[in-house]
Design a protein around this ligand. Structure first.
Ligand SMILES: NC(=O)c1ccc[n+]([C@@H]2O[C@H](COP(=O)([O-])OP(=O)(O)OC[C@H]3O[C@@H](n4cnc5c(N)ncnc54)[C@H](O)[C@@H]3O)[C@@H](O)[C@H]2O)c1
Length: 392
């Protein structure tokens, strides 16, 4: 059976390029559209390079690489989206511009075409509201780089038709991705639940408890995370990471749990963006030497436990507010940001009672709303419940 469809990807930037490669690799005809012809050329050359590299490494055959590349069409005119079954928008993160593109699209595509947005921070409802038929709009949120990251968050807006949601999810599943369902709220699952990984690390640093190298050491060596928070922020780019935090903070009506750190804002303002600018929390110059961490185990454990419990509290609260189900929350963090364990399973492992006590100890110390314990954890502690069934 041939399930191949025509997919138009709008925006040939980092995300659009990756999404186009994923869709073409899955056998679909892909139209990649951008208003900037240079971006289109860059995207095409990049995809070709990636396919050739995969063929050289023997992951795909030369013939497959050629066939995938032949399914990719470039377009500078939106009318090229005419035959699409699915459009995935990955243009600039600006609501007015996205809305105007969706409005134009509706006059071009057929009635059955599904319109998706890859937005990280805008609500799907607000994008759908610009359309005459908002029921066909859905969020499909890939992670960067799209060909490598297995997770995709699927976000129905309140307007989205169930059949549209089901079809869109099936198409993405069939591309070999792992989809999770997220409520249309700021940051969806990953960009919400992951905030304390950066925020609490920055807070620990700002309070002078430890330097970035020590915090990174604690999180990788003791916690088992692949990258420490400061290495990761330097890798993502301090400008980008700061903007995500600031956007989430604002979208949550300034909930102190998501408050951005001045440290990161200053780094961003100074152009200390991380790897891409040669300097961030660390120096990436040719002869630079990484500062040595303070490998004090008690200090390391204190840092790791504090960041972990803040992450667990965030994950528990996401479940409490029905942002996603517990399986999807844990999958999102292990597959979307490569956490060593799902946070809810981790909570079970270290004990719900322990989590509540740690959160309450932080609250007692600071008396800040930032450290409020999720009501769900407290309720579970009272009832001696766990997130998942355990076979003892
Ligand atoms: N970068 C990430 O890590 C990431 C991850 C997930 C989702 N997203 C989301 O994906 C979207 C794209 O992000 P990106 O990082 O790929 O951006 P980018 O800046 O790399 O690319 C955006 C592209 O869109 C094009 N563009 C701008 N306005 C356009 C218009 N009106 N019509 C057609 N093309 C237009 C630009 O020329 C550019 O090539 C954003 O909504 C972003 O929030 C980004």
């Amino acid at each position: 059976m041939n399930n191949n469809i025509t997919i138009t990807v709008l925006g040939a930037g980092s995300m659009g390029t990756g999404i186009a490669q994923v869709a073409a690799t899955a056998g679909h005809k892909v139209v990649l559209y951008d208003t900037n012809p240079e971006a289109l050329k860059r995207a095409q050359a990049f995809i070709l390079k990636m396919l050739n590299r995969s063929a050289e490494k023997g992951r795909i055959s030369d013939a497959d690489a050629k066939a995938i590349f032949s399914r990719l069409y470039l377009a500078e005119d939106l009318t090229a989206a005419q035959e699409s079954d699915l459009v995935i928008e990955a243009i600039i993160e600006n609501l007015e511009i996205k809305q105007s593109v969706f409005k134009k699209l509706e006059n071009i595509v057929g009635e059955a075409c599904i319109l998706a947005s890859n937005t990280s921070s805008l609500s799907i409802a607000s994008i759908a509201a610009a359309c005459g038929n908002p029921e066909r709009v859905v969020g499909i949120h890939f992670f960067n780089p799209a060909p490598l990251m297995k997770l995709v968050e699927i976000i129905p807006a309140i307007q989205t038709d169930d059949a549209v949601l089901k079809k869109a999810r099936t198409w993405i599943d069939e591309m070999g991705k792992l989809t999770v369902l997220a409520r249309d709220t700021p940051g969806f699952i990953v960009n919400r639940v992951a905030r304390p990984f950066y925020g609490e690390a920055l807070r620990i640093y700002e309070e002078g408890i430890a330097e970035p190298a020590t915090i990174d050491w604690a999180m990788t060596e003791i916690g088992g995370f692949r990258m420490g928070p400061f290495t990761l922020m330097d890798y993502i780019g301090n400008d980008i990471n700061y903007t995500v935090t600031a956007t989430v903070f604002k979208a949550f009506y300034y909930d102190p749990r998501y408050r951005p750190a001045f440290t990161q804002q200053r780094l961003s303002e100074a152009g200390y963006l991380g790897r891409k600018s040669g300097k961030g929390y660390y120096d990436y110059g040719e002869n630079s030497v990484r500062p040595e961490p303070n490998k004090d185990t008690a200090l390391g454990n204190q840092i790791f436990s504090r960041i972990l419990v803040m992450l667990i509290n965030e994950a528990a609260d996401a479940l409490h507010l029905r942002i996603a189900n517990r399986e999807d929350i844990d999958l999102a963090m292990t597959k979307g940001v490569n956490y060593p364990k799902g946070l809810l399973a981790w909570a079970d492992e270290i004990g719900i009672d322990n989590c509540v006590k740690q959160m309450d100890a932080l609250y007692d110390e600071y008396h800040e709303d930032r450290y409020r314990c999720s009501p769900l954890l407290r309720r579970m502690q009272r009832k001696e419940e766990t997130f998942f069934e355990h076979i003892v």
